[in-house]
Design a protein around this ligand. Sequence first.
Ligand SMILES: CC(=O)N[C@H](C=O)[C@@H](O)[C@H](O)[C@H](O)COP(=O)(O)O
Length: 225
Amino acid sequence: MKTIEKMRGRLVVSCQAAETSPLNATVHIVALARAAVLGGAQGVRIEGVRNVQAVRSAISEPIIGITKINQAGSDVYITPTLEDVRSLAEAGADVIAFDATDRSRPVSVEEMLSEIRRLGKSSMADISTLEEAQHAVASGADFVGTTLSGYTAYTTSITDAPDFTLMADLAKANIPFVAEGRIWEPAQAQRAMALGAIFVVVGSAITRPDEITKRFADAIVGERR
Ligand SMILES: CC(=O)N[C@H](C=O)[C@@H](O)[C@H](O)[C@H](O)COP(=O)(O)O
C-alpha cells in the first residue's frame, strides 16, 4: 500500500521538541512517537536525521521526516537543502516534507521534488498560500501541508486557529492537502477532514507538555484576575 493510503483519513502526530525543551533528546522523541502510535496515530512527523533513524527502529507506521536548519540569507528552515533530503531518506523517512513557500531559498522547489522522487520517497510540500500549493503540485509534489500558513511574512495575520479558509481553497482547487498547524481540538481535526484533508497532523496539542501546561495555567491565572 502506498504510504499516503496508510495515513488517509487518520491522525498523524508531530513529535518534536524545541531546542530548550527538556524533551529535546532522541530517547524522548522515540517515546513520544511510541505513545502517539499507542493512542491511534497512523504516522508521525519527526525532525532531525538521528531522531528519524531511532523512530524508524521503534515503530512501523509511516514517518514524515524533516530537518530544521537555519540558512544564512533565507527564512526557509524546514528541510532546506538536497543534502537534508538525502540524509532523511537514508535515515528511513517514508515521506519527506520541505518548505515550498515562495521565499528566497537555497534550492528550488523543482529540484527538491526531483531529488525526493529520485530517492523513491513521497513528498509533502509545506506551504502558506494557495499559490504556493498550486506551484508545488504543478512541480510534482504528492501533496501539500498547510503547515506554514501564519509563519510567512505575508500570512502573519493568521495567528490563533487552523487556516480553514486555506483548506477550503485547496479543496476547491482540487489540490491534495494535509491539515497541519494550530490544531488544538478534536473538533478542529474533524472540520479539517470534512473540508477534504487527506489526513490531519497535530503537534503541540499532543506532544509539547510545556505549551499544554501553559494553556491551563494561563486559564486559571486569568480566571483569578
Ligand atoms: C511552523 C513550523 O515550524 N511548524 C513545525 C513543522 O514541523 C512544527 O514546529 C509544528 O509543531 C508542526 O507543524 C505541527 O503544528 P502544531 O504544533 O501547531 O500542531
